[in-house]
Design a protein around this ligand. Structure first.
Ligand SMILES: *Cc1c(COP(=O)(O)O)cnc(C)c1O
Length: 425
């Protein structure tokens, strides 16, 4: 790559990054993905790339199972077991037994069911607590749950330099029944201390609902070890389940008996094919089922989760921390640092698996970067870069920082073609 005269030299060379990749215990996992050549993909926190084997599985599910097996495939091809099978693969990533995980529906729908169910556990504590920087769908859903269950939503400032202090301080008043937060802030990348917040909530008599959309698949979450009550999450981000993949929900075993959910449908019934007149919930988290699973999407997710086969979540986190920290350091000392401010935590420990850079012309910067072969995304005035430890190499981080520095130093992003509006940023 061309060196520009007056830039300060980066603290680590590309050759150093090649050496890090050669020694990376997760390095071989990149082969489990069908990544397009010439692209550095740093948007796996928004849409994971295609794992190898998924396309074949989907072709088989379409042509053989649906095409020839027809309705018999519900049984013969195990379509009816797909949610449970995905749950079995997700369990280790969440640190939970498979029977405590429901797979299906979207994160938004699951959050509605779970937050409503959580409310039933604390009827005399009418405040649902979240933060100002939660993902919009979470805030919208929580408002709807509050309306439907006679509660109110209160927001505290999002995780900033004060970490989780605002949430914990607010818990001291005894009206908070449900604390619903995203573990990793979708914009800034701030990461709550899941264990500490859960413990504080319990100490004050509240239950917690964690949204793991930006954490599962990039780090160990350990829901049982941290005594988490409820969680929801997304199948198409770091889990790579494909566009619109089913999400999931977790219910701690201690809350399952008697748990009610607001969308009780036949697929959450104990025996759906008894066609009984009355609703009787399935045991475990399976009662979160509503309607017929999206089989083709579920096939993709099931096959995609095989990319995590044999992978220790703790190893994912260790690599993710090194990747994000490397990017922050390279950007800070390089020419991009002149115009981009790293927002969010300054340490890898306080961060999820993405890095957010504020730039006054963020959309143009990202458009120019995508043209140069580095794919990230934009949220408001922030460029987001996701570093998925399963397939991102240290050289990718180095090259991305270099290309970003080049286009900022040269001002190339100011060209008119980078300022056209897009429907999905
Ligand atoms: C991505 C994301 C969602 C997505 O919800 P869908 O129902 O799948 O559209 C929800 N919450 C958070 C925090 C997310 O990051």
């Amino acid at each position: 790559m061309e060196e520009l005269g007056d830039r300060s030299s980066p603290p680590i060379t590309r050759a150093d990054c090649e050496a890090l990749d050669a020694a990376d215990p997760l390095g071989a996992l990149r082969e489990r993905f069908d990544l397009p050549a010439g692209v550095i993909y740093l948007d796996g926190n928004s849409l994971g790339p295609l794992p190898r084997g998924v396309a074949e599985r989907m072709r088989h599910a379409t042509e053989a199972e649906w095409g020839r097996g027809l309705i018999g495939s519900w049984d013969a091809a195990g379509w009816i077991d797909l949610p449970a099978r995905c749950g079995t693969k997700l369990g280790p990533l969440l640190g939970v037994p498979a029977r405590d995980v429901f797979v299906g529906d979207s994160t938004s729908v699951n959050l509605f069911k779970i937050a409503w169910a959580a409310r039933q556990l604390v009827p005399h504590r009418p405040t649902m607590l979240t933060d100002t920087s939660n993902f919009p769908t979470d805030s919208y859903v929580l408002s709807a749950v509050a309306d439907a269950s006679g509660a109110n939503v209160e927001t505290v400032p999002g995780p900033g330099s004060t970490a989780h202090a605002p949430v914990v301080e607010r818990l001291a008043r005894s009206d908070v029944g449900v604390v619903a937060l995203s573990q990793v802030d979708y914009r800034s990348g701030h990461r709550y201390d899941l264990g500490a917040v859960t413990e504080a909530a319990h100490a004050h008599g509240a239950v917690v609902v964690w949204d793991l959309a930006h954490s599962v698949g990039a780090m160990a979450v350990d829901l049982v070890a941290n005594d988490v009550d409820f969680a929801v999450g997304c199948g198409y981000k770091f889990l790579n389940g494909g566009p619109g993949a089913p999400g999931f929900a977790y219910v701690a075993a201690r809350h399952q008996a008697g748990l009610r959910q607001p969308l009780q449908g036949w697929m959450g019934h104990r025996e759906p094919f008894d066609f009984a007149a009355d609703y009787e919930p399935a045991p475990g988290a399976a009662r979160l089922g509503v309607g017929t699973p999206a089989v083709l999407s579920m096939v993709a997710l099931d096959a995609a989760l095989d990319a995590f086969d044999g992978v220790e979540p703790a190893a994912l986190r260790a690599k993710s921390e090194r990747l994000t920290q490397l990017f922050v350091e390279l950007v800070s000392v390089g020419p991009a640092g002149a115009e981009c401010a790293v927002i969010g935590p300054s340490t890898a420990a306080g961060r999820g698996s993405h890095v957010a850079l504020r730039h006054a012309d963020a959309v143009a910067v990202m458009s120019a970067l995508i043209e140069a072969g580095v794919i990230g995304d934009v949220r408001g005035d922030v460029c987001r870069f996701g570093f998925a430890p399963l397939y991102t190499r240290f050289v990718d981080v180095w090259d991305a920082a270099e290309l970003l520095g080049d286009l900022i130093y040269s001002g190339r992003y100011r060209a008119e073609r980078f300022h056209r509006p897009r429907r999905v940023p």
